[in-house]
Write a protein that binds this ligand. Structure first.
Ligand code: SF4
Length: 702
C-alpha cells in the first residue's frame, strides 16, 4: 500500500487487464502514477490482483512510442531477430502526424479504389474503450465498405457467444459472478480463475467458505481445488462426452425441472433422444471420469436449489467449443438453473473490454448489439444513423482474414491494439500473411511484433491516459478516467481513428468520447437508461437497466428469453475428436493460455517492471512424472515440436498437470507458443483450437 499523502492527486478508473473490471484509483505524483489502490467497485469491493495493483508502469517503458513512424524504403517486413523495439529507427523513420496519417490512409484508400472494399480489413481491440470500438467498426463498415472487422473475441469466447446467441438469444452472461455467493453449487469448468480472473476467484473462495459446493472440472489441477467439494480431471478433449453423460443421468433419473422446461424452453425431446445412449458407462472412456463420479456431480448440480456454471477458454478454444457451451446451456436449462439469484450461466470474459467491444460491433457478422448484418431492417436503421450504405454480407473473421491475405483477397489492414503476430494460431502462417500485406497500418503503444510488419505505426494512448467506458464480464459498464497525459506526441485512439475516417471522406466531428457514447445509445438498446453523466456519477451501471434511477439487472431472463416466443432452445451435441489427435509421432497434448502475471501477448505486462520481474522467462509446465520421463530437472530446457513449428524453453514442474500434457503461456516472443498451435476452427464460432494440439517433447541440448 502506497502513501496517498505523498500523491498530488487521485484519479478513479478501472483496471486495464481482465474482464473482472476491478475499479481502482491511480495515485499520481509529478505526472507519474505512484501507486494503485482498489476501490469499492461492484466487482471487486476494494480487491485487486497483482496485475491491477502492480502492473501500472508499462506506459513509461523506454520503448513507448511517442511519435508516428514510417517504414524506411527497402527494409523488409517481418520479425527480425536483431530488431530492437526500443531502438526502432533503423527500420522506421519518425514522421509528423500529418505525414503519417496521410500515408496511412492513402495506402488503404488506394487499395480500395483499385480492388474494391473487400481488399481491406481491420482488427480492433478489446483493450480499447467502447467508444473506440464503436468508431473502429463504423470506420470499417462505412469507410472501408465491408464487414471485415474482428477482434480478439474470435480467439477467446466466440464459440460461447455463438452458443448463447443460438440457445438464449443473448451473448452475455445471465448473472454476475457475485451471484456465486448466493449459489448452493458452483460448477467451474475449463477455467482457472485464480490465474485468469483472480478477483472473481476470491468470490468463489468466499462462496466455498460460506458453504457453496464448488465443483471443478478441468484436465489440469488448479489453486481453487483446495476450496472444491469435488475436483475432477477429465481427459483433454473429453468435455462434450462428460457433459452429455451428466445430461443422461439428469434425464434418466428424472432430476430435470419439468415445469421450467415447459414454461421456458423448446427442444427438450430432441435433447432427451440425443443423450439416451450417452450413459456414464459409455462416455467414461472418452472423458476419463468414473461413471459413479459423473452421477455424483450430475445429481449435485441438478438437485441444488440454486446452481451456477462458469466457464473459460478451456471450453471455448476447441473445434467443438460451441458444442461445449451448448452442453453447459442444456444443463442449466434442463435443471431450471437460470433467471433466479444464485443461478445462471457465466462465460468468464477475458480482456477488460471484450464484452463491450463485442457489444459495440467489432464482430464481422453482426452490427452493434449483435444485430445481424444480413437483416435488411436492422441494417437500414444503422444506414440511417450513419448516413451510409452498409454491406449486407458478413465479413471475414480473424483467422479467415489471414487466409484471405495469402489468397490475394485482402491486401491492406488497419490493426488497432491487437498483436496477431503473437496471438494467432500457427504463427508462421500468420506472420507470412502479415508480411504479404501491401499496406499495413498499426496503432499501438509499442513496436509490437505485429507493428514490425507495418508500413505506418501510429502512437496511441495507454488506458491510464484516456477517458472512456468499458464493459466487464458482468455486463457492468464502467467509466475510466485519464490519470496522466500521454507522452510525446501519442494521441487518443478515438482521435486517430477519426483522422483516418476523415481521410476516407467521412464527415466525422467528435470532440470527446462522450459524444461517441451518445451516438452509441442511438444504435444500442442495451445502453438504455445509461448515460455518460450517470456513469460519471455512479461509476458503474449494469445493463440491461430498466430506468434512469434504477439499478441494472444483475440476473436476467427471469420471465423470458430474448428469442422468438421468449423460449430458450436446447441444442443437442455429440462428442467429436480433437482436430489433431495425439498419435505415435506426436504423443503429447499441447495446451496454451495465460499466467497470473502476464497478460495475453505480453505487450503490456512484459513492459511492467514488477510483473516482468516475477515471471521473466518463458516456461513450459509439465507433471513431475513427465519431467522424469524426459530426464529433465525443473529449469532444464525442453523442445516442443508440432506439425507447424518448434520452440525450446525451460521446463517447470507442476503437479496440477496430467501426464501426457504440456502447458505453454503465449506471452513470450522468444518461445512463442503459437508457433505450435493448430489453426483448425470451430465451425460456428470460428475460434481456433488453442487448447489441444498434438506435440512431441524432448530434452534440449544444454
Ligand atoms: Fe485487474 Fe482482473 Fe486483476 Fe481485477 S482481477 S485487478 S480486473 S487483472
Amino acid at each position: 500500500r502506497g502513501d496517498s499523502a505523498a500523491a498530488d492527486r487521485t484519479v478513479d478508473s478501472v483496471c486495464p487487464y481482465c474482464g473482472v473490471g476491478c475499479q481502482l484509483s491511480y495515485h499520481v505524483k509529478d505526472e507519474q502514477i505512484l501507486f494503485v489502490e482498489g476501490r469499492d467497485g461492484p466487482a471487486n469491493q476494494g480487491r485487486l490482483c497483482v496485475k491491477g495493483r502492480f502492473g501500472f508502469d508499462y506506459p513509461n517503458h523506454p520503448a513507448r512510442l511517442i511519435r508516428p513512424l514510417i517504414r524506411r524504403d527497402g527494409v523488409a517486413k517481418g520479425l527480425d531477430p536483431d530488431f530492437d523495439p526500443a531502438r526502432p529507427l533503423t527500420h522506421f523513420r519518425e514522421a509528423s502526424w500529418e505525414e503519417a496519417l496521410e500515408m496511412a490512409a492513402r495506402g488503404l484508400v488506394d487499395l480500395k479504389s483499385a480492388h474494391g472494399p473487400g481488399a481491406l480489413a481491420g482488427f480492433g481491440s478489446a483493450k480499447c474503450s467502447n467508444e473506440e470500438a464503436w468508431l473502429f467498426q463504423k470506420l470499417v463498415r462505412t469507410g472501408f465498405g465491408s464487414n471485415h472487422v474482428d477482434h480478439c473475441t474470435r480467439l477467446c469466447h466466440a464459440s460461447s457467444v455463438a452458443a448463447l446467441m443460438e440457445c438464449l438469444g443473448s451473448g452475455a452472461v445471465t448473472a454476475s459472478f457475485m451471484q456465486a455467493l448466493e449459489a448452493d453449487v458452483v460448477l467451474l469448468t475449463g477455467c482457472n480463475p485464480a490465474v485468469n480472473h483472480p478477483v472473481a476467484a476470491t468470490y468463489f473462495k468466499q462462496a466455498a467458505r460460506g458453504g457453496t459446493r464448488l465443483i471443478i472440472l478441468d484436465p489440469r489441477g488448479q489453486a481453487l481445488d483446495a476450496y472444491a467439494w469435488r475436483s475432477l480431471r477429465f481427459s483433454p478433449g473429453g468435455d462434450v462426452a462428460l457433459y452429455n453423460a451428466m445430461l443422461n443421468v439428469i434425464i434418466d433419473e428424472a432430476l430435470y425441472d419439468q415445469a421450467y422446461i415447459d414454461a421456458h424452453t423448446e427442444g427438450f425431446a430432441a435433447l432427451r433422444q440425443s443423450v439416451v445412449d450417452m450413459t456414464p458407462e459409455a462416455m467414461s472412456g472418452l472423458c476419463g471420469v468414473a461413471p459413479e463420479t459423473i452421477r455424483e456431480i450430475a445429481r449435485a448440480y441438478a438437485t441444488a436449489e440454486r446452481a451456477m456454471i462458469f466457464w473459460g477458454m478451456g471450453i471455448s478454444q476447441h473445434v467443438h467449443g460451441t458444442d461445449n457451451a451448448r452442453c453447459l446451456i442444456s444443463l442449466a436449462l434442463a435443471c431450471g438453473q437460470t433467471g433466479r439469484p444464485g443461478t445462471g450461466l457465466h462465460p468468464l470474459r477475458g480482456q477488460n473490454n471484450v464484452q463491450g467491444a463485442s457489444d459495440a460491433g467489432l464482430i464481422p457478422m453482426v452490427l452493434p448489439d449483435y444485430q445481424p448484418v444480413g437483416d435488411a431492417q436492422l441494417r437500414a436503421a444503422f444506414e440511417e444513423l450513419w448516413g451510409a450504405e452498409l454491406d449486407p454480407e458478413p465479413g471475414l473473421t480473424v483467422v479467415e482474414i489471414m487466409d484471405a491475405i495469402l489468397a490475394g483477397q485482402v491486401r491492406g489492414m488497419y490493426i488497432l491494439g491487437e498483436n496477431p503476430a503473437m496471438s494467432d494460431p500457427d504463427l508462421n502462417h500468420a506472420r507470412q500473411a502479415l508480411a504479404a500485406l501491401e499496406h499495413l497500418v498499426v496503432q499501438d503503444l509499442f513496436v509490437t511484433e505485429t507493428a514490425q510488419f507495418a508500413d505506418v505505426i501510429l502512437p496511441a494512448t495507454a488506458w491510464p491516459e484516456k477517458e472512456g467506458t468499458v464493459t466487464n464480464t458482468n455486463r457492468q459498464v464502467q467509466l475510466g478516467r485519464a490519470a496522466v497525459a500521454p507522452p510525446g506526441e501519442a494521441k487518443p485512439d478515438w482521435w486517430i481513428i477519426q483522422e483516418i475516417a476523415r481521410r476516407f471522406g467521412l464527415a466525422w466531428d467528435y470532440a470527446h468520447p462522450s459524444e461517441v457514447f451518445a451516438e452509441m445509445k442511438r444504435g444500442m438498446p442495451s445502453l438504455d437508461n445509461i448515460s455518460w453523466e450517470r456513469l460519471a456519477r455512479e461509476g458503474s451501471v449494469t445493463y440491461p437497466c430498466p430506468a434512469e434511477d434504477a439499478p441494472g439487472q444483475d440476473v436476467v431472463f427471469s420471465d423470458a428469453f430474448p428469442r422468438a416466443g421468449g423460449r430458450a432452445r436446447f441444442a443437442p451435441t455429440r462428442p467429436l475428436p480433437p482436430d489433431e489427435p495425439i498419435d505415435a509421432d506426436y504423443p503429447t497434448v499441447l495446451t496454451t493460455g495465460r499466467l497470473l502475471e502476464h497478460w495475453h501477448t505480453g505487450a503490456m505486462t512484459r513492459r511492467a517492471s514488477v510483473l516482468d520481474a516475477l515471471e521473466p522467462e518463458a516456461t513450459a509446465s509439465l507433471s513431475p512424472g513427465e519431467l522424469n520421463r524426459l530426464g529433465v530437472a525443473p529449469g532444464g530446457a525442453i523442445t516442443i515440436v508440432t506439425r507447424r513449428g518448434e520452440i525450446t524453453l525451460a521446463a517447470r514442474s507442476d503437479p496440477g498437470m496430467p501426464d501426457g500434457m504440456v502447458f505453454v503461456p503465449f506471452a513470450y516472443v522468444e518461445a512463442a507458443a503459437n508457433l505450435l498451435t493448430n489453426p483448425a476452427l470451430d465451425p460456428f464460432g470460428k475460434i481456433p483450437e488453442f487448447k489441444y494440439a498434438a506435440c512431441r517433447l524432448s530434452r534440449a541440448a544444454p
